[in-house]
Design a protein. Structure first.
Lengths: 73, 189
């Protein structure tokens, strides 16, 4: 199955083809960047969750109680 | 005034404005099992602004869909894409905002499921030598099949006159239908 479908709106010609070497390199770079961003986001989320849990423990309240206190649903 | 179509096929009773407003269809294409979908020559001097509607399903979960503008059959992959979007889960979960500047593409994330995804994008002034702006709404599912919607915008921070665009799925292949329309401006009063 082709990687790319390329449509020419002016002529109606449709080309189905594989990635060019340049497109493939760009795709690999995109995937690496997305993976790196996802790793950073996951690490940040874990750090935030740990900090939140530590704070709740220090305050001696549950997450539900904290949400109630802050007016959240 | 009643609308009348006479024997020669001409229409009376219709204002010039009503004939010159609305959408004009440019292209419709189906695609099956591709990673990337490029459209060339859909943005011309005939229209300033465009509506792009894409309905598709993804072969698997995970990954993102990105958009790049295109000129002369070549994607722009330099760091000219600023974007921000807000996604809202209505099948469970909450909401979140994402912003990014000087990226190499506009990324639509949070819609990583394998269910049906609907996209509407207004692409503004791509053919003018000024910044192209895109407003969009995605509706679909994330990779846990939680339904969500994402709405946002993107500015292409350059003055390139674009004639097309590319949608790329980083992990899944996509199958669906693409439609592009031009917004007719109407008659200025």
């Amino acid at each position: 199955m082709a990687d790319v479908i390329e449509i020419d709106a002016a002529t109606g010609i449709v080309v189905e083809r594989d990635f060019t070497a340049e497109e493939l390199a760009q795709r690999e770079a995109d995937i690496a960047a997305a993976d790196a961003a996802a790793t950073v986001a996951a690490e940040q989320a874990a750090a935030d969750a740990a900090a939140r849990a530590a704070l709740l423990e220090r305050l001696g309240i549950s997450e539900d109680e904290a949400r109630l206190l802050l007016g959240g649903a | 005034m009643p609308v009348t179509i006479n024997g020669s096929g001409s229409v009376t009773g219709v204002s010039a404005d009503s004939l010159s407003t609305g959408l004009q269809h440019i292209t419709t294409r189906s695609f099956t099992g591709v990673s990337s979908l490029s459209v060339n020559g859909c943005f011309t001097s005939a229209f300033e602004n465009y509506l792009c509607v894409v309905n598709y399903t993804r072969s698997t979960t995970g990954g993102n869909v990105t958009l790049r503008m295109r000129a002369g059959g070549v994607d722009t992959s330099s760091g000219v894409y600023d974007y921000g979007f807000y996604y809202i889960y209505y099948g469970g979960g909450g909401s979140a905002a994402t912003v990014a500047a000087a990226q190499t593409s506009t990324t639509f994330s949070g819609l990583q499921g394998s269910g049906a995804i609907g996209v509407t994008m207004s692409i503004l002034k791509p053919q003018l030598a000024q910044r192209t702006q895109i407003g969009y709404t995605f509706v679909g599912e994330d990779n846990s099949a939680l339904r969500n919607t994402a709405t946002g915008g993107s500015t292409i921070v350059d003055t390139v006159q674009y004639d097309g665009f590319t949608l790329t799925s980083s992990t899944a292949t996509i199958t669906g239908t693409l439609r592009v329309y031009g917004y007719m401006n109407g008659v200025a009063s």
